[in-house]
Design a protein. Structure first.
Length: 322
């Protein structure tokens, strides 16, 4: 296949992520002391993709400042500002003049673990597909209702795309990761604005491609994914990644921990400190945070601005098998 580019959508404000959304663009939220978006960048880099477009909006300057031109990550990063947040299809359409090859598209607020995404590239080549959708076979119907599902024919070709289905007719869940060939831009131009959300939905774009007779397939490559929509999801992702690394704790550079403090399943950010001999478990302390509490805590996120008891949140954004 010809050279592939990648697009990461990082423009949304994430109002349900309050109070984080006041201070951090969602894709910059730390997962084991690494910005969320960096995980996607590294996945694409490891696929051999050297040019990545990042669509920015809310606090986008902070994201661009943190990532720079991508040289330190081994890629070239290009930033495109989305001035009006009108949905995924609208954001993708802004990139048409920059793109001349197939593209991976991923949502910037998704944290996922996947098998080799090269499978999607091979499918596009072998099946002459115009789109390949990364999916997961999901056991939780509610997770499917929060996303989209597809109906396929006997050959595996997608025949219908259903956004946030009321009635779940398939265990296939879309995961916010797509591989598109150039015909997607023609479909984007013909995508109507939805009455429900007043946005241009990428699922409508994909359905237009299907109705045009273009070959669209799915690839069951996602094994674990979370769409970060609440502070509890930030904690979930940190604890999952900590487990994946086989670590009980991560202590960032220049962090200071009281000798009597006990940490279990904890991520401590760079330049942070725990100043009392307390027990901290299943928690995340953001960078540059001073913890002066004399009380033990569990399932908290502590930042320089606030502290959040994640026991009060339901994990509405989590899509995983335990």
């Amino acid at each position: 296949m010809e050279k592939i580019a990648a697009v990461i959508l990082a423009a949304g404000k994430g109002t349900r992520m309050h109070p984080f959304s006041n201070y951090y663009p969602k894709p910059a939220l730390p997962i084991c002391n690494i910005p969320l978006i960096q995980y996607s960048i590294e996945i694409f880099r490891d696929l051999g993709i050297s040019e990545i477009f990042i669509v920015i909006g809310h606090l986008g300057h902070e994201l661009a400042q943190a990532l720079g031109n991508g040289k330190s990550l081994g890629v070239k990063l290009r930033y495109v500002e989305q001035t009006k947040i009108l949905g995924i299809a609208s954001a993708l359409g802004q990139l048409e003049s920059y793109i001349s090859s197939p593209i991976f598209l991923v949502l910037g607020d998704i944290f996922f673990k996947a098998d080799n995404l090269a499978v999607m590239i091979k499918m596009m080549d072998d099946l002459h597909a115009s789109a390949v959708l990364a999916v997961k076979h999901e056991t939780d119907p509610e997770a499917i209702r929060r996303n989209f599902t597809v109906l396929q024919d006997d050959t595996g070709r997608v025949r219908r795309v259903i956004e946030k289905p009321r009635h779940v007719a398939s265990n296939i869940k879309g995961c916010g990761l797509y591989l598109f060939d150039l015909p997607v831009f023609d479909a984007v131009r013909r995508t109507p604005r939805t009455a429900m959300r007043d946005e241009y939905e990428i699922t409508d774009t994909i359905q237009i491609m299907v109705d045009d007779g273009l070959p669209v397939f799915t690839a069951d490559v996602v094994k674990w994914d979370v769409n970060l929509t609440s502070p509890a999801d930030v904690l979930t992702c940190n604890l999952f990644q900590l487990q994946q690394l086989g670590l009980e704790k991560i202590v960032g550079s220049e962090a200071q921990i009281h000798p009597g403090a006990k940490l279990h399943n904890v991520v401590v950010g760079d330049r942070s400190s725990i100043q009392q001999p307390i027990a901290v478990s299943n928690s995340v302390i953001f960078p540059n945070t001073i913890v002066t509490s004399k009380s033990d805590f569990d399932r908290f996120i502590v930042t320089p601005e606030t502290q959040i008891d994640c026991r009060t949140f339901t994990r509405t954004g989590s899509h995983y098998d335990e």
